[in-house]
Structure formats: structure tokens, C-alpha cells
Write a protein that binds this ligand. Sequence first.
Ligand SMILES: Cc1ncc(C[n+]2csc(CCOP(=O)(O)OP(=O)(O)O)c2C)c(N)n1
Length: 534
Amino acid sequence: MAYSVKKHIQQLIYLLKIHSFTDVVVCPGSRNMPIVESMCCGDFNVHRALDERSAGFMTLGLAQTGRKVAVCVTSGSAVANLLPALVEAQYQGIGMAVVTADRPKEMIGQMMGQTMWQTSALASAVKYSVDVEDDETADGMWFANREINAALEIAYAGQHGPVQINMQIKEPFFECTVEALPEFRKISLIGDASLFGDTLKPLWEKSRRPLVMVGQNDGINPSYIDAFIRLGAPFYTEVLSNMEYFASHVETHGRACQTNNNRIPDDKIEKYNPDFVIYIGGHIVSKVAKAAITKIKPQTVVRVSKSMEFADTFKCMTHLYVDNCRDVACYVSDNGWTNRRDVACNVSDSVFTQMDSTKYPAVYSEFLSHIAPSSQIFLANSTTVRAIDYAYWNMPEAQAKRPRFFCNRGVNGIEGSMSAAIGYAGGVGNSPVYLVIGDLSFFYDVSSLWSVADTNLRILLVNDGKGSIFTKLAMKQTEAVKNYVAESHDFKAEGICESYRIGYKRVEDGDIPSTIWEWYFSETPGARLLEVTM
Ligand SMILES: Cc1ncc(C[n+]2csc(CCOP(=O)(O)OP(=O)(O)O)c2C)c(N)n1
């Protein structure tokens, strides 16, 4: 007996073992044969059943003895026969892994034997379901690893319940000749207090170059930030991390939130070469920062998240910690994690260099130099959020003003940036709200201006006559790209502003007179738009 040659089956068996599954219940079949044979040499207690309905209930009974159990069935109606036991397990809160063998998805509905849509068949009864393709490319293996890890952890998180792992298996699939399983990555879902408790402390103590990365922050539990500051590690932050703005919350724990003097810029992460990364918050905008961590593959990568989604942004997460919104700052001092300010001070001096002031048009840094303290600034996606981020980190005076940044960064759409800013402006009454936006994002969302008249929204429209991001990517600049991808145009916003009764002025970048900025920032309430063309 030996393991299947199929890599996704090897991953499945390895991960079942490393997630402490001790028992498997197996049913007869052809498509699931390589899984069953691999399970038989995987050091599990193997139980057999003929009828899948009964196998489901046997699994439930075994699970009630406190063991972690998987059931494995072949494709087709075999899968549907598990449903009664899964519904029972769901309502009793009993965890288990349901492994269903399947044909590749292009075969479903093609009059092939024993095929049907197997994940939708069980969808109502499982907590989580993953459809693993028989794909041995790096991306295919990453997907299988991440998703099998997720399923096996989610089954036992919160209210326990069944999870489905649907294994698509291409022909030929009977070859089982692998004597020893290779190792695969384990991702652990860590619970309450383990973040600063026994699980990670030894890894932290061993680490030589820790790094805390903060993504979009619109409600990170501030006590985490306080805890990380106390730990003294360097930070990677962006404007959307809003660290300076949220300083006041953190100060309640007795220290100012200043991470900017301890910040590693994205292009220096590779040189710093972190071995322990904590990633908290939403999206990180910088592709350079993300690619650096993916390349380095630090030994420990902890994602602190509000959801149980296995967001493996860097493809090397080792622990997922779900924040349950408690005050955690005390854990750090109580559990005596070593402060790593030693590393922090050394690296930040050696990696900091002046930024290239010509990388983006001057309008972005000019805008930041004029803002009032605590300004509320909405950024559109694409170039805008990157350019403002770049300018901000080169401007200590802007950081000191502690602005708050917003951006539709959940899925990066360009369609509602202005709508969101108008909604916010409508909610805060007379205080000015700022929106920096590119031309496609602006023209896309013009209908939102219907409601702008009652607000004090100040729009800075950077109109470069195209989706300029597409001229910076590695795509060939053909006529088709120019017209239908970058959507080149020569439209201006003047007529639109007249229709919606928005104060309007237009200037060329590089020569924005101070009187124009005075007009744009003036305290007289009312919506206005400054269009900067280039
Ligand atoms: C709803 C939606 N459609 C399409 C896209 C793809 N997209 C990303 S950036 C971009 C161009 C944005 O152009 P603009 O707002 O002028 O910003 P620039 O990069 O030129 O500063 C497009 C179309 C998207 N993100 N969201």
C-alpha cells in the first residue's frame, strides 16, 4: 500500500493528520479509491461502511467520542446520501470533515456516470465547503492547501459543524506508488489569548526581525495597535492604516501612537527580511509590500482578522487569529513578551531614504500640504490612493496633521468613490469632507452628484484624460488599449458642475496658484470642485 501520486490527495491526507484527525469512515467506490488507499496508509483508524447514509451517522457517533473524524465517499448520489447525518450534525453542533470524490467540473452534466453538482447538494448542511481542483500548478497547490486548512479548522471553530472537501479527480487516478508523504504547510486558527499567549510567544522570542503590517483601518481594535507598539517592532503602514488619526484612541492606554518614525517603506521590506510578520486590518495597497513578503516567506505570518476568512494574502500565512474585540493590551505586559525596540531603531535608520518627488504629479503633495488638522479625506482607487500614500510618507508635516483616510478598498471598485464621499459628507453636516479622484472614477459616478448640493464636499479631480494606471502596467499600448482599456478622452467637468450647481475652477498641474487653493479650502460652506488637468 502506498499514497496516491496526486498532489492534492497527498495534501489532504497530510493536513488531516496534522490537524489531528484520528479516524476515517470509508465507503466503496472508484473515484474515491486513491483517497481511500492513501487514508489506509496514513496512520488513521479506518472504519468501513457500505451505505453512505449509514456512514454519515457512524461518523457522527465516532465524533461524539471526542475524536476528529472524516468520512470519504465516491461521487454522485453517494454524496446526497450523507445529507441526513450532516443535518443532524449541524443542529447538534458536531464537527466532522466530509470528503467527497468528484469528476473534474467540466464533466458535470455531460451524461457521464455518477456526476452531479456535489457542493450545492450539501450546501445547506455544512459550515464550509471547498471544491479542490486536480491542479498541480503552484496556484492550484496554494488553493488546495489554503482551503483544506480552512475547512479543517473551521469545522471546530465556534459552534462545531460538518465541512465538505470536494476533491475533483482527473483520470487516470489509480496510481498509488508514493511511499512517504511530502510536508505541506499547516495554517492554524488560533483562539482567544493565544495571540499573546503560549502559541506565539516562543516564536516571537526567537524572531530576529519582526514586522507589524497594518492594512486599511476603519475600526481595528485599538488595543491591538497599542499592544504592537508596546512590543516595539517596526511597522509597515499606509495612509489607509490611519495610524496617526487613531492615535487618540490608543493614547487612552498611555502612549502616543507614532509608528511613522518606526516605519519601513515598501521598497525596503525585502532588505529588512522579516522572519515574523503580524498582519492586521484590511487591504494593503502596495503591491511591492505584498510581493516582498510572498518572496521572503517569513517563518511565522500571523493574520489578525475580524472574520474567519482564510485571507492568505502573502501565500505564507501560518496562523489566523480572529479578533473578538476584547482589550488585549494587558496580555503583552502580563505575559512578558520581549520588547523589540532594539531591532526597530537599527533598521529604520538604515532603510529610510528620500522618495522620488517626481514619481507622481505635484498636485497630490500640494493638496496634503494645505489640509487642515484632522481632515476627513476620501480617496478614489487606482492612481489616487497610491499617489497620496506616496506623498504622505514623504511629508512629516502632513502626518502631524493626523488626517483620516477612506477608500473603497474592500474590492477596489471605481464606481462608487464619489457616492461614498457624498454619503459621508451628508452625514457630517457642515464639516468639509475631501475627495481626491481620477477622471474615469469621477465620470463613472456622476449621478451621485444628484445629492451633492446640500454637502460641503470638496472634490479634487485629477484629470489626465484616461485611466492612467493602464499606461503604467506592462501591457502593450495599442490603439485598442488606448481607446477601450485606458478609455482616453478629453472631457472636462465644467458643464457637469454647472448642472449640479457645484463651485468650479480648473487649472493645469504644476502651476496651481495659492488663490485657487484658498478658494478650494475656504471655510464658506458649499460643494466645490477643483479640476487639475495634465
Ligand atoms: C467598477 C470597476 N470597473 C472597472 C475597474 C477597473 N479599473 C481599475 S483602475 C481603472 C481606471 C481608473 O481611472 P481613473 O479614475 O481616471 O484613475 P487614474 O488611474 O487615471 O488616476 C479601471 C477602469 C474597477 N476597478 N472597478
